[in-house]
Design a protein around this ligand. Structure first.
Ligand code: ADP
Ligand code: AMP
Length: 213
């Protein structure tokens, strides 16, 4: 199964991706996670990406497409994959179609998580992530049992440096201008399904399961 998770920053893509990859046993490909790992390792790609990420802007298409192309060439994606945060522009979507076309395959489902824009800033600013296993929490909406500590692995929770009000607001504008047109792009292929992301995390996942079965 080859999936794309679409939705604005804070919609719940990463949260649902974790549920989806566990149930369907798919590799989780998050371009944001790949950039953050590169920043942590101090690679050249990380340094270049960080300048854009800190401002809430998109990393240039050329860098992102090459990265995803390389990732999709790995053997573990033969069973399928879950793309989270990619594509984010029409250019990236067309490049993805071309890469998959060359591999003789295509996307099966695009899950579009829709959330009222007014909740996005609160969701992103309250997001906390485990340094060790990457699990996502929210200080109010999905808190860990013990503050600052991951339920799953006892790792330390941290706040992303781009999860501040100013950067999140810019990321939402960038989404509206650059990424939202992808909804129409994927409507043409008839593979896109809209999910109400304002529901509880478990209900959002059960709606996604209905689409995927
Ligand atoms: P995205 O990957 O789309 O940016 P996340 O999955 O990281 O979004 O979710 C953003 C924040 O909102 C996180 O703190 C997460 O715990 C919280 N969240 C995710 N889904 C829901 C939901 N259905 N209801 C309330 N909070 C949610
Ligand atoms: P995310 O983890 O998906 O919230 O992404 C964090 C940041 O990484 C974004 O604000 C962008 O700066 C960058 N990024 C992640 N994925 C992409 C992409 N597909 N295209 C361009 N920039 C991206």
């Amino acid at each position: 199964m080859r999936l794309i998770l679409l939705g604005p920053p804070g919609a719940g893509k990463g949260t649902q991706a974790a549920n989806i990859v566990t149930k369907y046993n798919l590799p989780h490909i998050s371009t944001g996670d790949i950039f953050r790992a590169n920043i942590k390792q101090g690679t050249e790609l990380g340094t270049r990406a960080k300048a854009y990420m800190d401002k809430g802007e998109l990393v240039p298409d050329s860098l992102v497409v090459e990265l995803v192309e390389d990732r999709l060439s790995k053997d573990d994606t033969q069973v399928g994959f879950m793309l989270d945060g990619f594509p984010r522009t029409i250019y990236q979507a067309e490049a993805l179609d071309a890469v998959l076309g060359n591999m003789g395959t295509s996307i099966d489902h695009v899950i579009n998580i829709v959330v009222d824009p007014t909740v996005l800033v609160e969701r992103a600013v309250g997001r906390r992530i485990c340094k060790n296993c990457g699990a996502t929490y929210h200080v109010s909406f999905n808190p860990p049992a013990e503050e600052g500590v991951c339920d799953k692995c006892s790792g330390e929770l941290y706040q992303r440096s781009d999860d501040n009000e100013e950067t999140v607001s810019n990321r939402i504008s960038v989404y509206t201008n650059e990424t939202a047109p992808l909804v129409e792009y994927y409507e043409k292929s008839g593979k896109i399904r809209t999910i109400d992301g304002l529901q509880d995390i478990d209900k959002v996942f059960s709606d996604i399961e209905k689409v995927l079965k």
